[in-house]
Design a binder for this molecule. Structure first.
Ligand code: AMP
Length: 275
């Protein structure tokens, strides 16, 4: 596996790259969820590029940018062992040189839910992924279902700006107790970690109640009781998978989404109902 840190080296490699390229953007501190994206990409392309870049533009003031977990040496080993051909791990100045002001805003799909709690977050995500897609120019982009709204934002980005690139959404990889794998799980203390799997149980209960015909608000209230202390609910909702517009019932191609706080850590999870 080649490790490159500059745009110049990446461009030089890209000029000689194999004909089909899969791309997996990450913020590092890699776990099995990220590696599953890599394995999907590996099985469908002649070569795989991964990036590790903790993107300051998607963190708000007072968020966890400074303490976000970083382990480039460990990430490098994991990516090499899973067949990545090129790892792009740039410094912040390489992506955002002094005077950088251009950003990408995908509009309403990035304004509700996570976008409302974290203003500017999806502008940061779309800007960095837009730049990385432009540099890597892959045939296919691999992103996780775990971050449902991010997947809708990135599909919109690729569609609206006509990147010549397919998007594959990879199912969420979970711990054995059902907790969605996330780099932020490292922040949980013992009590929070014990309660965290109830986030997924709550989502499953909500879907089960709706499928049984329970009225929406009654189902939401009953399901919310499944979330265990010290978890506190931010939202539990049903949205259109493309636009992220709220729905008042299940329907084809929707996400049932939830976010909850465990201490200072916000965890996200969802269930996707493609049909
Ligand atoms: P991050 O490093 O958290 O920005 O995540 C990089 C990519 O990995 C994103 O496309 C995430 O949606 C995806 N990802 C994160 N956690 C998981 C998981 N548990 N299962 C599958 N994909 C994941």
């Amino acid at each position: 596996m080649r490790l490159v840190t500059t745009v110049e080296e990446l461009r030089a490699w890209r000029r000689e790259a194999p004909p089909t390229l899969g791309f997996v953007p990450t913020m590092g501190a890699l776990h099995e969820g990220h590696l599953d994206l890599v394995r999907f990409a590996r099985s469908q392309n002649a070569a795989v590029v991964a990036s590790v870049f903790v993107n300051p533009l998607q963190f708000g003031a007072g968020e966890d940018l400074a303490r976000y977990p970083r382990d480039l040496a460990g990430d490098r080993e994991k990516l090499a062992a899973n067949g990545v051909d090129l790892l792009f791990a740039p410094a912040v100045e390489e992506i955002y040189p002094q005077g950088f002001t251009t950003t990408i805003d995908v509009g309403p799909v990035g304004e509700s839910f996570e976008g409302a709690v974290r203003p500017g977050h999806f502008r940061g995500v779309a800007t960095v992924v837009g730049k990385l897609l432009h540099l890597v120019a892959p045939q296919r982009l691999y992103i996780g279902q775990k971050d449902a709204q991010q997947s809708a934002v990135l599909r919109k980005l690729v569609h609206d700006l006509a990147y010549d690139c397919g998007v594959t959404i990879v199912p969420t990889v979970r711990e054995s107790d059902g907790l969605a794998m996330s780099s932020r799980n490292l922040y949980l203390d013992e009590r929070e970690r014990r309660a965290a799997p109830s986030l997924h149980r709550m989502l499953r209960r909500f879907v089960e109640l709706l499928k049984a015909g329970t009225p929406f608000e009654i189902a939401r209230t009953e399901a919310a009781n499944v979330l265990e202390a010290p978890g506190t609910l931010d939202y539990l909702a049903c949205v259109d998978a493309e636009s992220f517009a709220p729905l008042a019932a299940l329907r084809e191609n929707c996400f049932v989404i939830a976010a909850a706080r465990f201490g200072n850590t916000r965890l996200l999870d969802n269930v996707w109902l493609p049909q």
